[in-house]
Design a protein around this ligand. Structure first.
Ligand SMILES: [Zn+2]
Length: 412
């Protein structure tokens, strides 16, 4: 079969019919609907004669060819509840098209493997990147995973066992990434950048590092009527100043830096009292580790200044962080070339969300991602959409990139 990108769009529509409803995609991992999607994929790839394997973490692999340094293409069929029709499955379905094209041309010079990662979204148990983190060997929270339950009280180990996965053995999936030559992932952008630039496709430089902090401001509760304005120790005033100043901090950092004050909880939280404590949540993200560290320092420094101005106290606590994960320079160049060949122009951008590709890159496999424009930047909703002509271009770009990468791997 020669490459037929319009078939990818038709198959994505078919998968939407099969596994979605009027509220959107319903392919939550470790459910019957997810299994239906996996069975559907199996059928689509039968023509290639690919060898199928479900690994110890539940990832579904299809392999053609023999030998060392395989080229990997990956995505995830699982969705959030009421999800979009493209998030994750675009690359699985586009990857299937590329695999069929390569298989049609005979045995590839190195093996080509398509992987559908298990439970990227973590929708049921709140733990994202399950299958890819097991394959990358970075799953180090098995004790916590054992305690996770879904809304109905079903424990994660029991749910995954229903689908053939023994949590105690999940890390055996590590063998899948050993010696891999390259990993390519195509994904919808899930943000508004490419659309605002009028570009269909972009190369992803890596995934943002994240610093999450809980900031506790302490003042003094006092009567709203009897306390003069200049004698207040208002904890909310500090949180409010910081909530606005993070815009400046992000602007100074540049290169797509984002800072979000996602919540402020005030106590006593009544209209007749000055706020005594304000507990503020802050999320900061950047692709450069040093810049991210400077963003965090800047926020801490300015918070001390605001605390002094307001005669209140401030305390910082890190609640979660992850290093930026950078993709492979050589593959970024190849991806840029591939996009320019099929779409004329390309753009390099960081990814705000984490993806399976970040786990694969962390494990040391040279990795790159392609983004295709998302309409209105919407995702994780049934409103998620991308123009069919852009989807087709993305399949072409992935195919060209796969060919270029295959040639590089074969030459080594
Ligand atoms: Zn996704």
């Amino acid at each position: 079969m020669p490459l037929d990108p319009s078939r990818t769009v038709a198959e994505l529509e078919e998968l939407r019919e099969l596994t979605g409803d009027e509220n959107g995609a319903q392919r939550v991992a470790w459910t019957d609907t997810w299994e239906t999607a996996r069975e559907w994929l199996r059928g689509k790839l039968a023509v290639t004669g690919a060898r199928e394997e479900i690994d110890a973490a539940g990832n579904q692999w299809f392999t053609i060819g023999e030998g060392e340094r395989p080229l990997l293409l990956g995505g995830h069929l699982d969705s959030v509840p009421n999800g979009g029709w493209l998030d994750g499955c675009l690359n699985v379905v586009a990857g299937a098209e590329v695999l069929r094209r390569i298989a049609e041309e005979g045995t590839p010079p190195v093996p080509v493997r398509l992987v559908s990662w298990a439970d990227e979204e973590g929708a049921r148990f709140g733990r994202s990147l399950f299958g890819s983190s097991a394959a990358a060997g970075s799953m180090r929270d098995q004790d916590e995973l054992r305690k996770l339950t879904d809304r109905d009280g079903i424990a994660l180990p029991d749910a995954v066992r229903e689908h053939g996965v023994d949590l105690d053995r999940a890390l055996e999936a590590r063998s899948q990434l050993e010696g891999a030559g390259a990993y390519l992932e195509l994904h919808i952008e899930q943000g508004p950048v490419l659309e605002s630039m009028g570009l269909p496709l972009g190369v992803v430089l890596g995934t943002f590092g994240v610093e999450r902090s809980r900031i506790t401001w302490r003042g003094q509760a006092a009567h709203s009527g009897s306390t003069p304005m200049d004698q207040r120790r208002d904890a909310l005033a500090g949180a409010a100043k910081l909530a606005l100043d993070i815009r400046r901090i992000a602007a100074v950092a540049g290169s797509g830096a984002v800072c979000t004050s996602g919540n402020v909880v005030c106590r006593p939280g009544i209209v007749t009292s000055v706020v005594e404590t304000a507990e503020q949540l802050l999320d900061q993200r950047h692709l450069d580790a040093d810049t991210l560290a400077r963003m965090l320092d800047a926020a801490k420094t300015v918070s001390e200044q605001f605390a002094a101005e307001e005669n209140i106290e401030v305390n910082w606590e890190r609640i979660w962080n992850i290093e930026p994960i950078l993709f492979d320079d050589e593959l970024i160049e190849l991806a840029d070339e591939s996009i320019r060949e099929v779409a004329g122009a390309s753009h390099r951008l960081p990814s705000g969300p984490l993806h399976d590709a970040a786990e694969v890159a962390r494990s040391g496999v040279p990795t790159v991602m392609l983004f295709v424009q998302s309409l209105r930047g919407l995702s994780h909703t049934k409103l998620e959409d991308t123009k069919p002509e852009h989807l087709e271009l993305s399949v072409r770009a992935l195919d060209v990139l796969a060919s270029k990468t295959l040639a590089r791997l074969a030459a080594r």
